[in-house]
Design a protein around this ligand. Structure first.
Ligand code: 1HE
Length: 279
């Protein structure tokens, strides 16, 4: 699909309509696909640079996500996913204002990572600075081959401020992050896929469909399992092993005691549920 066509994909565009999504700034656009919400960074003329209204709009979108939405796809309009922080907003901030700004990104990106439903990011073109930090707060990352990743903070005289120093090392490693920040080294889509930054790599133009397909699968899971994967798995993984195993045992017990789990297990045993298929 031509990139320009992506802005006009869905005639059922429901942004800002009653009962749908929160009111959004023009730099964002939301649409509903059944149980899936698609949130577009919609500021292509500025390469989806993240200015304050956009980041606050992301906050509002995730804060007021309708209860029947089971997964979100996050994508960028135009040629790039996001050029990161809007650099034109930086010049006037003093230290205290800078701390408040970074803290607000932390709160908002936490709302994505530890929110109501899993988020699938579809990445293409530049995924830079705060754009990469935003992608790191999502749960599944799909890259199109055009995607590349950069942390140009070093050359700009700034530092990551959207949680990158916490979320990126587990994905790409401290050494690689240091290299990207110190030398401006960029990672290509294939490299990002090889190191596990993205879970899927697809051809240019196929990212949205792949993201929607994955979101649909996620939406079909038991809500408690999705919750536990989002909220408990990353915390268990970071905890000491004894506490982690105790939390895992509790989580497993809660999950299997759930009526939905019992119904799903019965469906498999009675041959009404699909088998595992090799993907
Ligand atoms: C911007 C921004 C931006 C583009 N803030 N306005 N991020 C960066 O250091 C990346 C800076 N951007 C770029 O390197 C390039 O724009 C791209 C490689 C992403 C795309 O290049 P290209 O040739 O497609 O676009 P362009 O011609 O450079 O930019 C088009 C317009 O977008 C232009 O404005 P115009 O008014 O002249 O048309 C650019 O000024 C504008 N634009 N990127 C503001 N980032 C929480 S801390 C996070 C810290 C960071 O994110 S640091 C990384 C900052």
């Amino acid at each position: 699909m031509p990139r320009e066509g992506r802005n006009h994909l869905d005639k059922a565009f429901v942004n800002n309509q009653a009962g749908a999504f929160s009111s959004l700034p023009p730099s964002l656009r939301a649409e509903r696909r059944g149980e899936i919400a698609v949130l577009w960074l919609n500021r292509a003329q500025k390469r989806n640079a993240l200015d304050d209204p956009t980041v606050e709009g992301i906050d509002a979108f995730f804060a007021a996500l309708p209860d029947d939405i089971r997964a979100v796809v996050l994508a960028g309009a135009g040629e790039h996913f996001s050029a990161g922080l809007d650099l034109s907003e930086l010049t006037e901030r003093d230290v205290i204002a800078g701390i408040a700004h970074s803290s607000s990104w932390h709160r908002i990106f936490d709302r994505i990572q530890f929110g109501k439903v899993p988020v699938v990011a579809v990445l293409h073109g530049a995924v830079v600075g705060g754009g990469l930090e935003l992608a790191a707060a999502t749960h599944i990352r799909v890259a199109e081959r055009s995607a590349y990743y950069a942390l140009p903070e070093g050359s700009r005289g700034i530092f990551v401020g959207g949680g990158g120093s916490v979320r990126l090392p587990p994905l790409i490693g401290v050494a690689r992050m240091m290299d990207m920040m110190l030398t401006g080294h960029t990672l290509g889509a294939e490299e990002g896929q090889a190191i596990g930054l993205t879970q899927y790599l697809v051809d240019d133009g196929d990212g949205l469909n792949k993201g929607l397909e994955l979101a649909q699968k996620i939406a079909g899971n038991a809500p408690f399992t999705n919750y536990a994967v989002m909220h408990l798995l990353p915390r268990i993984a970071r905890s000491d092993p004894a506490a982690g195993l105790a939390t895992e045992a509790l989580t497993a017990a809660i999950a299997q005691g759930n009526e939905e789990a019992k119904a799903r297990l019965r469906a498999f045993l009675e041959k009404r549920a699909p088998k595992v298929v090799r993907s």
